[in-house]
Design a protein around this ligand. Structure first.
Ligand code: GUN
Length: 293
């Protein structure tokens, strides 16, 4: 059997059209233009590409985008001062500090400095806590995108065995919380998990978020299972030119799985679309209007 390929690019494009329509409605009915501020520190080439793509997508959706590029030598104090300015800027509804940060900056302190209502990454402990206890709040974008992709295959995840491989604060933990909210039976696996291949073979859905190219092999997948690959790893390609690879050995897994996301073109485009949706949601919550998103 060859798996159905879940086209994240197309699904994200559809969501971005819905967002753009909602942005037009908010401008017409409420004179509201959602604004996203992105802060990039240093010159990490991958971060530079991500930030450029986020800014372009924000503008394309009809929203206000600002990018604050700071030198890698910026002090934590200066960064916190910029965040404080953005927190009190009424035209800014979402603030995103691109990670990773240089080692002299305490990432947790930075995350906690962002006004929770503008925390479109959903990384602030207040938003993480609200997600954990089932209250509304801003939810991390990549896990949101993963759930949307999984639901294109299984509109209801209730009672399904879902395995999340990876326990990061950015993906693994919030994804597990979202799956619980969908009434899935959730297992979180990590580097100390015993016999991960056997654990994986029991899962109806496998979410791979470990950051290790091709770690999840075809033989780990239950026939017909849905595989969502969160990995974006740079590996040497033909002629030594770097190419992107997921956490799943794609060519093996697609022979066994029922449905699988490719890398690139799977989760990545959904992360950006969900960031735009979070920015609209944040703007609506801040000014006190409801949204269709
Ligand atoms: N770096 C890699 N992924 C992310 C993300 O989702 N948010 C931020 N802020 N930085 C990242």
């Amino acid at each position: 059997m060859t798996a159905c390929i879940i086209d994240g690019k197309a699904i994200a494009a559809e969501l971005r059209i819905k967002i753009a329509l909602e942005v037009r409605r908010l401008a017409a009915e409420h004179r509201l233009v959602p604004g996203l501020a992105v802060i990039l520190i240093g010159d990490n080439p991958a971060s530079e590409i991500y930030v450029r793509n986020k800014a372009r997508a924000t503008r394309d959706a009809g929203m206000q985008s600002s990018v604050h590029r700071l030198s890698g030598a910026t002090t934590q104090r200066d960064l916190l001062a910029l965040i404080s300015d953005l927190n009190s800027n009424a035209a800014v509804h979402g603030i995103l500090v691109q990670l990773p940060l240089p080692p002299h900056i305490d990432a947790q302190a930075v995350i906690e400095a962002i006004e929770p209502a503008k925390d479109v990454d959903g990384f602030h402990p207040l938003n993480a806590g609200r997600l954990a206890i089932g209250l509304p709040g801003l939810v991390p974008c990549t896990p949101l995108g993963c759930i949307m992709l999984a639901k294109t295959i299984h509109p209801s995840l209730a009672g399904r065995d879902a395995l999340v491989i990876g326990r990061s604060n950015i993906v693994g933990k919030p994804l597990a919380q979202l799956l619980l909210r969908e009434n899935a039976t959730v297992t979180i696996a990590h580097s100390k998990t015993k016999d991960l291949p056997a654990v994986s073979r029991r899962a109806d859905l496998v979410f791979a978020a470990v950051g290790q190219a091709h770690m999840v092999r075809g033989a780990w997948i239950k026939p017909g299972a849905t595989v969502i690959d969160v990995g974006i790893n740079r590996v040497p390609g033909a002629g030594g030119k770097p190419r992107l690879a997921g956490d799943v050995a794609y060519s093996e897994a697609r022979e066994v799985a029922g449905a699988i996301t490719p890398v690139p073109g799977g989760v990545g485009p959904m992360t950006i679309a969900c960031l735009l949706a979070n920015t609209v949601r944040a703007a609506c919550t801040i000014i006190g209007v409801s949204t269709t998103l």
